[in-house]
Design a protein around this ligand. Structure first.
Ligand code: NAP
Length: 256
């Protein structure tokens, strides 16, 4: 079975590790190419856009892909839409390996917003000390506006022109522990966290840290997902792959 994993997430890397070395599966992991030095992978990797839904459909046909696993980030809206469209156009089976968004816990002081512009507005006019972990390419949305101090954490440096005037940049790749996040927020006298509701365990520690410190969190809601079958665990994803494998080997209808 030939599988295309759309990646750029912990879920995609975990799936790649689980499929590596399987004689019955040829899987390739696709990266957009945003991160300069992505983590090494135990399966073949391709990097760069496909050229929209049409380009992706061509790739699926050229590479005779049997199954797409959309394991992209919950905020990577365009590639997920393209994958759903290209799968439908080519009759390729698709399953999304996603994380459910975080749910508010007792003690959380969340202000949920639709996008970065609303997050900036939610900070209000008075200067705040903001811990901003919104992704390297969203930083520009906070460049103008009230003179908040931003502690910005990203894997690679954001474009220099996107940086707000008053900022401190920390380049780091998680996972971070709760105590580490508490220490960082204390050291920088942070009074509000601005982040995306990305779900999953890998980046949850900052949410738990804000709760522990009694800090408010401005949380950007994830966009709506295309209507494709969805799994939330590696085991369920492997089951979906196995189910499709058995339809391929018995020649029955291709559906996950
Ligand atoms: P996006 O807006 O949904 O996608 C923009 C374009 O990038 C797509 O149309 C596609 O180009 C290309 N692309 C995206 N993911 C790709 C992949 N896995 N393989 C090949 N091409 C891909 O995505 P984004 O928000 O810029 O995110 C880019 C990548 O970073 C994704 O792989 C995502 O999983 C990862 N990521 C995103 C976030 C986030 O907050 N958005 C956070 C962590 C990781 P073509 O149309 O030319 O095919």
């Amino acid at each position: 079975m030939r599988i295309l994993i759309l990646g750029g997430t912990t879920e995609a890397s975990r799936l790649a590790a689980a499929l590596a070395g399987r004689a019955d599966i040829a899987a390739v992991l696709s990266y957009a190419g945003r991160t300069r030095e992505p983590a090494a992978q135990p399966i073949p990797v391709r990097v760069g856009g496909f050229g929209g839904a049409e380009g992706l459909a061509r790739y699926l046909a050229d590479e005779t892909i049997d199954l797409i696993v959309d394991a992209t980030h919950p905020f990577a809206e365009r590639i997920s839409a393209n994958a759903a469209t290209a799968a439908a156009a080519t009759g390729t089976v698709i399953v999304a390996f996603t994380r459910p968004p975080w749910q508010r816990q007792p003690g959380d002081d969340w202000f949920e917003v639709a996008d970065n512009a609303a997050a900036l507005a939610a900070l209000g006019p008075a200067p705040r000390r903001v811990f901003l972990t919104i992704g390297r390419l969203g930083i520009g949305d906070f460049r103008v506006g009230p003179p908040h101090h931003y502690l910005i954490r990203a894997i690679d440096p954001p474009p220099a022109d996107d940086l707000p005037a008053d900022h401190r940049l920390v380049l780091a790749r998680g996972t971070f522990g709760r105590d580490e996040e508490i220490a960082l927020m204390r050291a920088h006298a942070i009074d509000v966290l601005v982040t995306k509701n990305s779900g999953g365990e890998a980046t949850y520690a900052k949410i738990a840290a804000a709760r522990e410190l009694g800090l408010p969190v401005v949380l950007v809601r994830p966009p709506a997902r295309p209507d494709v079958p969805e799994v939330h665990t590696l085991a369920a994803c492997l089951d979906a792959i196995a189910a499709h494998g058995s339809t391929l080997s018995t020649g029955t209808e291709r559906r996950v």
